[in-house]
Design a protein around this ligand. Structure first.
Ligand code: HEM
Length: 380
């Protein structure tokens, strides 16, 4: 199966046509010296480049020296369009006020701590991370294999904090894949020059972030049992689009324009005031957009209290959306748009945000021998 280029102006897995599977991992850095941290990034870059080409990772050096070179579970599977991108979380720049790696003054203003939102149900063990690694591939084993090799190569320098796998059936679905609520997800996203306006960091800097972007990940559980009891009309009103076609309510085709002013025969808004697409649309958010590149997740069932009468404590699905948004500045993208959604979106009645991370993703690695984020460390 296909190969996605590892080297380039931007990291992979952002503008890349979405693959069908993802494995996201947030790491805590346990290395104590700046040299150990840069060794880690160099090692990870080389390994990611090899795996993107369908090659096993080479023999480990440094921390993991003396162990087997590659776990071998991706032998024969090919590259499967693997992309791996790396991000720097707030904790890399300072932790509990401590400037561990001499990077505190380099923290970009746009790398803010994600504020609390109305309705948050964040789990302490699914929040944050000093480094993020996001592998996407057209095969779940290839995506997991990539993160697994990196975790092993980084042993002693970085430790997994939390992970989430995901899938979206991009390989088999016709057109835009559906999320677990049954709706096409990813219809409206930046295209063409909108990437420069809304996704890639420009001259506003810092220089090492130019051509990079900011990732916000949210693990969003869907209350599927509750959702599945709702009539189609209510589901469609919550989203603002038709389920089968993906068309805006009142239109026929998925890519028909979203006309937020349109009235029905009774003079009511065709796309309800509190529908997800109306509240999320650029027209309701000062023209802002973000790139959504989400995956579904399915972690079985868990004992939970229902959010509806009679509030039974019972086994419920732990499944939903691994929401991934890339944007030029989260202070203009995710944060205000989701603040608006968390307060006004009818669909939010059927979701719970349980995990969260934010990271600065530097520009792409330009060539073999270079490593991700090296300009942050003053290496030309
Ligand atoms: C489980 C959670 C979510 C589900 C099931 C969901 C589902 C959807 C669906 C079905 C659409 C319409 C099709 C499309 O344009 O892709 C949509 C659009 C959109 N969603 Fe979500 N979404 C979720 C969470 C979020 C969050 C947390 C944000 C935060 C910013 C967000 C932002 C957007 C935006 C910006 C659009 C495009 C609106 C437009 O311009 O028309 N969504 N979403």
């Amino acid at each position: 199966l296909g190969v996605e280029p590892f080297y380039g102006d931007h990291q992979g897995g952002i503008a890349t046509t979405p693959q069908s599977d993802a494995y996201f991992a947030a790491f805590d850095v346990v290395a104590s010296s700046r040299g150990d941290l840069t060794d880690l990034l160099r090692t990870w870059t080389q390994a990611a480049a090899r795996m993107s080409a369908g090659l096993p990772v080479g023999p480990p050096t440094g921390f993991a020296a003396g162990t087997e070179p590659d776990s071998g579970d991706a032998i024969g599977l090919g590259p499967c369009r693997l992309t791996v991108n790396f991000g720097f979380g707030p904790g890399l720049f300072s932790q509990d006020g401590e400037d561990r790696f001499g990077l505190a003054s380099e923290r970009p203003a746009a790398l803010v701590d994600i504020p609390a939102f109305f309705g948050d149900q964040l789990l302490a063990d699914k929040v944050g991370g000093d480094l993020t690694v996001h592998a996407c591939a057209d095969d779940p084993q290839v995506a997991f294999h990539a993160v697994r090799q990196l975790a092993r190569l980084g042993a002693g320098a970085a430790r997994i904090s939390w992970v989430q796998s995901g899938f979206n059936e991009a390989a088999v679905s016709e057109g835009t894949p559906r999320n677990l609520m049954g709706f096409k997800d990813g219809t409206i996203n930046p295209v063409g020059r909108q990437f420069d306006e809304f996704v890639w960091v420009g001259g506003e800097g810092p220089a090492w972030m130019r051509g990079g972007t900011y990732l916000v990940v949210r693990r969003i559980r869907m209350t599927l049992e509750h959702w599945d009891t709702k009539p189609l009309e209510i589901q469609e009103a919550a989203v603002g689009r038709r389920k089968e076609s993906g068309a805006p309510i009142g239109s026929t085709n998925e890519f028909d324009p979203l006309d937020l002013q349109r009235l029905d025969g009774r003079g009511q808004l065709m796309i309800p005031l509190n529908s997800h697409v109306r509240v999320a649309a650029p027209a309701s958010n000062g023209g802002e957009m973000l790139l959504r590149r989400s995956y579904s997740y399915n972690d079985g069932v868990a004992q939970q209290v229902e959010r509806w009468l009679p509030y039974e404590n019972t086994l419920l699905y732990d499944a939903g959306l691994l929401f991934c948004a890339y944007q030029r500045d989260p202070r203009r993208g995710f944060i205000p748009i989701y603040r608006n959604l968390s307060e006004n979106d009818l669909m939010a009645q059927f979701t719970e945000h349980t995990g969260s991370a934010i990271a600065a993703l530097p520009a792409g690695v330009p060539r073999a021998g270079a490593w991700v984020g090296q300009a942050l460390f003053g290496v030309a």
